[in-house]
Design a protein around this ligand. Structure first.
Ligand SMILES: Cc1ncc(COP(=O)(O)O)c(CN[C@](O)(C(=O)O)[C@@H](O)C(=O)O)c1O
Length: 401
């Protein structure tokens, strides 16, 4: 018999498994509010116009070939990605102090960064927010780091546990790695204010804590690419070193193309070039070199000012539709007199609402109303539309009364 006779069946992923369950449900009223993937008012995935225009340009270019990319990826893509998050006028970029490598979307950027740190950095503990994206602890553990949590969300206020955050980071060993959501915290939708970010920056720099930003939603929180990058740019502006993982899955709708970048801001250009050389030794035995197509789309858009401007308009439209869903859901619950204070639905930002519903209430909503969402009570607002809000509000009302 098989050498794998004793292999056990793995559980479904807590987030991607929600889509598996949704697909199995034949009820026409079913709603997929699980994975953080944008849907239009018609409930359909969206390919941005600028992406279709960029692909047309690529397809019509007879000089294009299918050669391997370098280990570090498409050079134009790397340069444009660094400028997008750090700002075109970033001193770190002017002084050549940024090592950027194209990776397999946000997940791949986090993993490559984690493996690099496990191999080259003296402190092997990474502090991640409580709660955070479910994949974070697995990525960093498998990369060879030890994972600890810092307090982030206060269920009582449904806001930031800022005192807890400062205390936990204040007690971390100096030099420890700290994972920070650049904007639109997943799953809570709660972000520090700029003033609080400045306090976090001062504390972290005073203890030489190493910032590792995860930027999966730049432009989705406020609708502005620059506003959403402010926290990252504050840290870079102080001349210190930091990591930044970028994903184009959501803000450019390139989910399945797996397009992302890891940037390491270093103190000098010489260090940055040596860091880049060592990043190549992490990547080559992992997947050798990254995929060509998605990065070519991004580079085409970011290098063309008309396409870039059109992208910012489409991005704002997506962010605005999500904000409109927040308002409509709150109004629907208030119209029903649903017990509880639901104003956090419009205070939170980004793709998700952290409802505060518990796993029993979530299970009830799935069973009785065919609502598919993660068991921690997170709802992907992009999965909603004006015509499906009433169904969700009915389900939430029934779950809490
Ligand atoms: C904070 C954070 N960081 C990184 C990623 C990785 O994204 P990618 O590798 O596709 O660029 C996600 C995606 N998280 C989800 O939107 C989510 O939480 O639903 C979903 O895509 C996922 O993979 O879980 C994320 O929420």
């Amino acid at each position: 018999d098989s050498v794998f006779t004793n292999i056990t069946r793995a559980p479904e992923d807590p987030i991607l498994g929600v889509t598996v369950a949704y697909n199995k449900d034949s009820d026409p009223s079913k709603l997929n509010l699980g994975v953080g993937a944008y849907r239009t008012e018609e409930g359909k995935p969206l390919v941005l116009n600028v992406v279709r225009q960029a692909e047309q340009k690529l397809v019509n270019d007879p000089s294009r070939v299918k050669e391997y990319l370098p280990i570090v990826g498409l050079a134009d893509f790397n340069k444009c990605s660094a400028k997008l998050i750090f700002g075109a006028d970033s001193p770190a970029i002017q002084e050549n102090r940024v090592a950027t490598v194209q990776c397999l979307s946000g997940t791949g950027s986090l993993r490559v960064g984690g493996e690099f740190l496990a191999k080259h950095y003296h402190e092997r503990t990474v502090y991640i927010p409580q709660p955070t994206w479910g994949n974070h602890p697995k990525i960093f553990t498998l990369a060879g780091l030890s994972v600890k949590s810092y307090r982030y969300y206060d269920p009582a206020t449904r806001g930031l546990d800022f005192q807890g955050l400062l205390e936990d980071l204040g007690n971390a060993p100096s030099g420890a790695i700290v994972l920070l959501h650049a904007c639109a915290h997943n799953p809570t939708g709660v972000d520090p204010t700029i003033e609080k970010w400045e306090q976090i920056r001062q504390l972290m720099r005073s203890k030489a804590l190493l910032p590792f930003f995860d930027s999966a939603y730049q432009g989705f929180a406020s609708g502005s690419l620059d506003a959403d990058a402010q926290p990252v740019r504050m840290f870079v502006a102080d001349g210190g070193e930091c990591f930044a993982a970028q994903s184009y899955a959501k803000n450019m709708g390139l989910y399945g193309e797996r397009v992302g970048a890891l940037s390491i801001v270093c103190k000098t250009a010489d260090v940055a070039s040596r860091v880049e050389s060592q990043l190549k030794l992490v990547i080559r035995p992992m997947y050798s070199n990254p995929p060509l197509h998605g990065a070519s789309i991004v580079a085409t858009i970011l290098k063309d000012s008309n396409l870039y401007n059109e992208w910012t308009v489409e991005l704002k439209a997506m962010a605005d539709r999500i904000i409109s869903m927040r308002k409509q859901l709150l109004e629907a619950l208030q119209a029903r007199g649903t017990p509880g204070d639901w104003t956090h639905i419009i205070k939170q930002i980004g793709m998700f609402t952290f409802t505060g519903l518990n796993s029993e209430q979530v299970a009830f909503m799935t069973k009785e109303y065919h609502i598919y969402m993660t068991s921690d009570g997170r709802i992907s607002m992009a999965g909603l539309s004006t015509k499906t809000i009433p169904h969700l509000a009915d389900a939430m009302h029934a779950a809490v009364t």
